[in-house]
Design a binder for this molecule. Structure first.
Ligand code: NAP
Length: 496
């Protein structure tokens, strides 16, 4: 099919969250005009648009969980609530005039590489067709919800909701609610809904390590100061970054170096949970950091409430009017909240990216995703990933990783000069062998837990970067021509 049947773009960006918007800002700043950012949602914000459960906030301090090129001096709290992050991203999009580039409410259903023409063909949900020289996937690693495989789930007579799909006005007053899961999301939602509901059962399969969350308002005078003295805000950002980087040795080198954090978490538990039996149930038996460490100062107090029970007996099955646990007891519920997380090791749905030779990226990644330095995959020319495999963090702000990746994509666009770039299979293999060697000794792989960091069947850690953010940034400094095959497409691109 000739290219002229479709609208042609220099760059198509999939996803309008931190990754996609950041990419759009850089493209515009460097004079690229013919690009679009597609998102299924009707607004920008990505994860912060989608996740609207009560209590949703970021547990990375806001001064660091924001773009380095778009500081916001007037964050109202140390840990920003969802709505404020959402508003920040909207403001960034407005300030940089991204509107003409946004295709919102527009899910891309299929992205297929056309080797003859040397371009990507995209089909959107409205039946429109696009072509693009380059595709940047900014879909996020945690966007596909995980629905637990529990017997009887479909027979539940009440309401079932995943935290990712929280309805706008949900009144839980007088309800008997069951929350399945005790990860970062549950730790935020449980304290928010506990005072409203009649009764709340929290089903815990594995306890988490929890550190206090030193949240506080940022006073108006502080905000004025940050506005007047931008260097001060930069220093605050730097100190948060440095403090977070200092956690790497305890995670990646030796768990002994995390003894301080472990002691702090145990002190926090002792201080907030007086009942020794409940405390025992809440004490993890694996190394701190193996699963994502939670930050909350109101989760334990919520569990101590009279109307809240922590249920540690495994769930045997879901029945129409409640959950039956392995101890034989039926605990009644009329609302079931699935705080069960995401399909982090299967981040891309089947059929979305069809590469060279008709290969489906989801099938290539059947035993967990892998890429070259998290940004490029052999067999998928001119496709670049943001928050791709092994670029999530257990210790610091992922916005730092995203900005490093965006910088790399810009360098690749410059180096491309109209050609097709495809990462070499051997470069990708060697990169992953080195990565997995480094992961082997880390707490994430050997800390004695199971987590979303590792593929449920292969066990391979396909999500985390095993080190400092600055080492990753260094890896992506400069385009690496030796790692890529270059060819000039036979199609219209060649004439450019
Ligand atoms: P999660 O960490 O994967 O937690 C899912 C929870 O559901 C776990 O407690 C898990 O138990 C439980 N679970 C899953 N399947 C189950 C089953 N069949 N039966 C019983 N329990 C089951 O998901 P999440 O809490 O949504 O968090 C995911 C990630 O999102 C976080 O790690 C974080 O990176 C991000 N997040 C960030 C923030 C933030 O403030 N920045 C907030 C929320 C989320 P097991 O532990 O036993 O597997």
């Amino acid at each position: 099919m000739p290219r002229s049947n479709a609208s042609h773009l220099d760059v198509a960006v999939l996803g309008a969250g931190f990754g996609g918007l950041g990419m759009a800002c850089r493209l515009r700043a460097e004079g690229v005009r013919n690009f679009r950012v597609f998102d299924a949602a009707t607004g920008v914000g990505g994860t912060w648009w989608v996740n609207r459960y009560p209590g949703c906030a970021c547990d990375v301090p806001a001064h660091l969980y924001s773009y380095s090129f778009a500081p916001k001096p007037d964050w109202t709290r140390r840990f920003a609530p969802r709505a404020e992050i959402q508003a920040y991203l909207e403001q960034v999009a407005r300030d940089r005039d991204l509107d003409p580039h946004l295709e919102l409410g527009c899910r891309i259903e299929r992205t297929r590489w056309d080797e003859g023409q040397g371009l990507w063909r995209l089909d959107d949900v409205h039946g429109r067709r696009w072509t693009a020289d380059v595709v940047v996937s900014a879909l996020g690693g945690l966007s596909r919800p995980l629905r637990p495989d529990l017997p009887g789930l479909d027979e539940f007579a009440g309401r079932i909701l995943h935290t990712q799909a929280w309805p706008d006005r949900l009144d839980l007053a007088g309800r008997r609610v069951a929350v399945i899961g005790t990860g970062a999301t549950a730790a935020q939602v449980v304290p928010e809904i506990a005072p409203d509901v009649e009764h709340l059962d929290v089903y815990q399969r594995t306890p988490n390590w929890i550190l206090p969350r030193p949240d506080r308002p940022i006073r108006p005078w502080q905000r004025r100061l940050y506005r007047r003295v931008p260097l001060l805000q930069k220093l605050v950002r730097f100190s948060i970054w440095l403090g977070s980087e200092l956690r790497v040795p305890g995670l990646a080198w030796s768990t002994r170096l995390a003894a301080g954090h472990r002691a702090l978490a145990l002190w926090h538990l002792r201080r907030q949970v007086p009942d020794p039996e409940l405390r025992r149930d809440l004490t993890p038996d694996y190394a701190i950091g193996c699963k994502r460490v939670l930050r909350s100062s109101d989760y334990y107090p919520a569990l101590v409430r009279d109307n809240v029970d922590l249920v540690t007996a495994p769930i045997r099955r879901v029945e129409p009017d409640g959950l039956r646990s392995a101890d034989g007891r039926l605990r009644r519920a009329d609302t079931l909240v699935l705080a069960t997380g995401f399909r982090a090791t299967a981040p891309v749905p089947g059929g979305l990216f069809i590469g060279r030779g008709g290969v489906d990226l989801a099938e290539t990644w059947a035993d967990g995703p892998s890429a070259w330095r998290g940004v490029a995959v052999h067999g998928f020319p001119n496709l670049f990933l943001l928050m791709g495999p092994n670029t999530a963090l257990g210790h610091n702000s992922v916005v730092l990783m995203i900005e490093a990746q965006i910088g790399f994509v810009m360098k690749a666009l410059e180096a491309r000069r109209g050609d097709v770039l495809e990462v070499r299979a051997d470069a990708q293999r060697e990169d992953n062998a080195r990565l997995q060697r480094r992961l082997a000794g880390t707490v994430w792989n050997s800390g004695g837990c199971s987590s979303w960091y590792r593929h449920p069947v292969s066990g391979r850690n396909a999500t985390l970067w095993p080190g400092f953010t600055w080492t990753y940034r260094n890896r992506l400094r400069g385009f690496r021509p030796a790692a890529f095959d270059r060819r000039t497409p036979a199609g219209p691109q060649a004439a450019k």
